[in-house]
Design a protein around this ligand. Structure first.
Ligand SMILES: CC(C)(COP(=O)(O)OP(=O)(O)OC[C@H]1O[C@@H](n2cnc3c(N)ncnc32)[C@H](O)[C@@H]1OP(=O)(O)O)[C@@H](O)C(=O)NCCC(=O)NCCS
Length: 339
């Protein structure tokens, strides 16, 4: 940080949305450049919470101006660190503004972000009712804040942000299903069966270490509500999303869920297949249907995230033409680990 610059870290609930607007706008720019993601809907939601003084977190104040923020949300006894971001600021050596390029956060921004994170850690680690903390800072390249998370006792899991460009014209995907299965677009009433499928598909899976919602039907339902109902990850697209149904039991054998994260970018928010139906080409088929539907909507690229340890899924994505364009870290802290 430049000598002589004083930064105060204050409770985020003291601030209303307008004072954070420049920070959110700069962050939106970076989401758009780095991930082709339209951050405006998320920023609007955050501003509503800020205006209601409901968002737990911290703001960095420099010469009377808010230059960064970090927040968390609580889900029963778990806290999720939703975001941390600070304005790029000025390079103390050249006096030139840092640009919000594609590399890790530059020096001063990183230091402010770390100060904000340290305050959040202190609050959460000293809250006895919080027994688990999760965080996935999608925007920040892997390693940016890994050290400070590790020092606070978090375990880090590297994740990939992968992209597939969509080229050519829309064509009907080939559907070649066993007779006991049928495939159809997503319906709202699929929520419960989808939650059951997710909790089975992720049993013992590396992603259930990162997100404990995957470990139960109740948690998976919460995850699905966030994606399908509350636009927690772009605007849910029921036409892109498909389920494979087992004719006899009417349970789901597989599903793909998709959202629009900007006019030109689609995002696969979930893909899973029941263990009894794996290696039959279902995931590949679901992905090609989703891609065809995205293309029909005029989308020119699809992105998804995957944990580095999930080598089977990465193999599938690479075979489908996805490449890793960005990496980021998921972090998990458990109270039992440190006591
Ligand atoms: C990953 C997953 C969706 C694959 O479903 P699937 O229907 O079995 O996949 P497919 O049969 O369509 O396989 C397509 C390709 O993926 C790769 N693949 C899938 N499972 C694999 C495995 N167990 N080992 C190695 N490669 C595998 C292979 O390249 C395979 O092609 P091939 O069969 O021609 O060799 C499924 O294993 C699953 O639900 N896993 C748990 C949830 C998950 O990880 N979802 C992705 C989160 S990002």
């Amino acid at each position: 940080m430049a000598a002589g610059v004083t930064i105060d870290i204050l409770d985020l609930r003291h601030f209303a949305a307008p004072v954070l607007r420049p920070v959110l706008e700069a962050e939106g720019e970076l989401w758009s450049q780095r991930l082709h993601w339209d951050y405006r809907a998320s920023a609007r939601l955050l501003m509503q919470y800020l205006d209601n003084h409901l968002l737990p977190g911290y703001a960095a104040l420099e010469a009377g101006q808010v230059t960064g923020y970090a927040f968390c949300v609580y889900e029963e006894t778990k806290a999720v660190i939703g975001d941390v971001f600070a304005l790029p600021g000025r390079n103390p050596e050249s006096g030139v503004d840092y640009d919000a390029g594609t590399g890790p956060s530059p020096g001063p921004a990183r230091e402010i972000e770390e100060a904000l994170l340290r305050h959040l850690f202190e609050t959460l680690l000293n809250s006895p009712q919080v027994d688990r903390i999760e965080s996935q800072l999608l925007l920040h390249p892997s390693g940016t804040h890994a050290e400070i998370f590790r020092k606070a006792g978090f375990e880090i899991f590297r994740r990939y942000f992968m992209v597939q460009p969509l080229e050519g014209h829309w064509s009907r995907p080939r559907i070649d299903l066993p007779r006991d299965l049928e495939i159809r677009p997503w319906r709202d009433e699929d929520l419960s069966a989808a939650a059951r499928l997710i909790s089975i598909a992720y049993n013992g899976h590396p992603d259930s270490l990162i997100n404990d919602q995957y470990r139960s039907v109740h948690g998976s339902l919460r995850f699905l509500h966030n994606i399908v109902r509350y636009a927690g990850c772009g605007v849910f697209s029921p036409n892109v999303s498909h389920v494979v149904v087992e004719r006899n039991s009417r349970e789901l054998a597989g599903l793909v869920l998709g959202s629009r994260v900007s006019p030109q970018s689609g995002h696969i928010t979930q893909l899973c297949v029941h263990p009894n139906f794996r290696r039959k080409g279902l995931a590949r088929m679901l992905m090609s249907i989703a891609a065809a539907q995205f293309m029909r909507q005029g989308v020119s690229e699809i992105s998804l995230t995957v944990t580095e340890a999930n080598t089977q899924a990465i193999q599938l994505y690479e075979a489908e033409g996805y490449t890793c364009v960005h990496t980021f870290d998921a972090a998990v802290w458990l109270r039992d680990n440190t006591s």
